[in-house]
Ligand binder design. Structure first.
Ligand SMILES: Cc1ncc(COP(=O)(O)O)c(C=O)c1O
Length: 387
């Protein structure tokens, strides 16, 4: 019903993925497999709602109506089995701004904040930018299976103020199990640590298991801020509307006050309409998207591992970002990047962007039409087959 094979020329739209290629890779004739957005058009139901809004020529200050909140509340119930209340929702232009607000409001300079690497770059950036103390719990690659070192985490959470958690995880593509989530929550409770659970990828589940919001387990909701957004799910990150779920009334009040003081209560007219339309009408489109992504993920795995027997790919339980272990080549990320840019003419993300432990890994975004993905994968195989 929806066309994910359609090629959209994004050049000149001001998108990072294509228009900033030259800035980051020093050439623009590359197939971009880096920035984490998709080359698919969003759900037509969302475009239609925005078109309707566009026809009304007044774009003044906005106030979120009850229908906006209800669409989100219903989605969280329907898709994630979590009954949330309107008062729990704190609005934010994005998850990353939300992490920044929480760090500023709930920690002080010098306070210890724990993250797990490799992980989405702004986690460490936010901690460092605000002069908090960064503590890294390294994720462990056990021969292709990624797991958490809970003993180290227990030690590291001691004396910490906040744990910034990525669930599901970018870039290692893990969907955390209930057992793992329970261990994390119990350790944070034991050490009195606030959890910021970034769940932006929570609708993009490729395995047969379901995503579990950590705040739905035991009493973890009492010390957890959960970040949800239609940005990744529906490819509308550029519309900048996200929601933080904060059930604890004291934390909730403090965060809302902080946002209020920052004048963060307004919202872009189109972001508002798209958010509501996505969560009201997006199920059918998302179901087809997930089928397409599962097929692309399989294509990545088959094409690369059939021809490059030493290459390992992290199990793709979630996200459209494949985490390639290329350490067997003996090349650094910089050297791999040079080769992939100059010979394969593809732009991947360097593993080191996600922490020092990402050395020798590259991240490949496979959310693009299959025909272009095939071309990119064949070029990668040709380039790396000498190793
Ligand atoms: C784990 C994670 N969190 C947050 C973001 C970005 O969130 P936002 O655009 O809502 O700030 C990304 C984008 O790649 C991400 O992967």
């Amino acid at each position: 019903m929806y066309d994910f094979d359609k090629l959209h020329n994004r050049i000149g739209t001001g998108c990072y993925k294509y228009d900033a290629l030259n800035l980051y890779y020093k050439r623009d004739d590359l197939i971009p497999l880096w920035v984490a957005d998709m080359d698919f058009g969003t759900a037509p139901e969302i475009t239609l709602a925005m078109e309707k809004r566009l026809q009304h020529p007044v774009y003044g200050y906005n106030f979120r109506l009850d229908s906006y909140y209800q669409a989100f509340i219903d989605w969280v119930q329907r898709r994630h089995g979590w009954s949330i209340e309107k008062d729990w929702i704190c609005n934010s232009p994005g998850i990353v701004p939300g992490i920044n607000f929480a760090v500023l409001e709930f920690t002080n300079p010098g306070d210890k904040i724990v993250i797990q690497e490799p992980v989405y770059t702004p986690f460490s950036g936010t901690v460092k930018d605000h002069l908090r103390t960064l503590e890294i719990n390294e994720l462990v690659n056990d021969n292709g299976e990624w797991r958490i070192d809970f003993e180290a985490l227990d030690r590291q959470l001691q004396g910490a103020k906040m744990f910034i958690f990525c669930s599901p995880h970018n870039p290692i593509a893990r969907l955390w199990t209930k057992e793992e989530l329970l261990q994390i929550g119990r350790l944070c409770k034991k050490h009195n640590v606030l959890i910021f659970s970034d769940e932006i990828h929570n609708d993009l589940i490729l395995s047969d298991n379901k995503h579990i919001p950590i705040a739905t387990l035991e009493d973890f909701a009492d010390f957890t801020i959960s970040g949800f957004s239609p940005g990744k799910t529906f490819n509308i990150a550029g519309l900048m509307s996200a929601a933080l779920i904060v059930p604890n009334s004291k934390l909730n009040k403090r965060l809302k006050n902080f946002m209020f003081k920052m004048h963060m209560f307004a919202i872009n007219s189109f972001g508002m309409v798209a958010f509501e339309a996505a969560y009201t009408h997006g199920d059918a489109w998302l179901a087809e998207l997930l089928t397409y992504l599962r097929n692309n993920s399989e294509l990545v795995r088959q094409t690369l591992t059939n021809s490059l027997p030493y290459l390992q790919i992290a199990k793709q339980e979630a996200t459209y970002l494949a985490w390639l272990d290329l350490r067997y080549t003996g090349l650094s990320c910089k050297e791999l990047n040079k080769l992939l840019v100059e010979k394969a003419k593809v732009a991947l993300s360097l593993g080191t962007e996600y922490g020092a432990s990402g050395e020798g890994y590259m991240r490949l975004n496979f959310a693009l039409p299959k025909a272009v993905l095939e071309l990119a994968l064949n070029r990668i195989v040709e380039t790396l087959k000498e190793f």
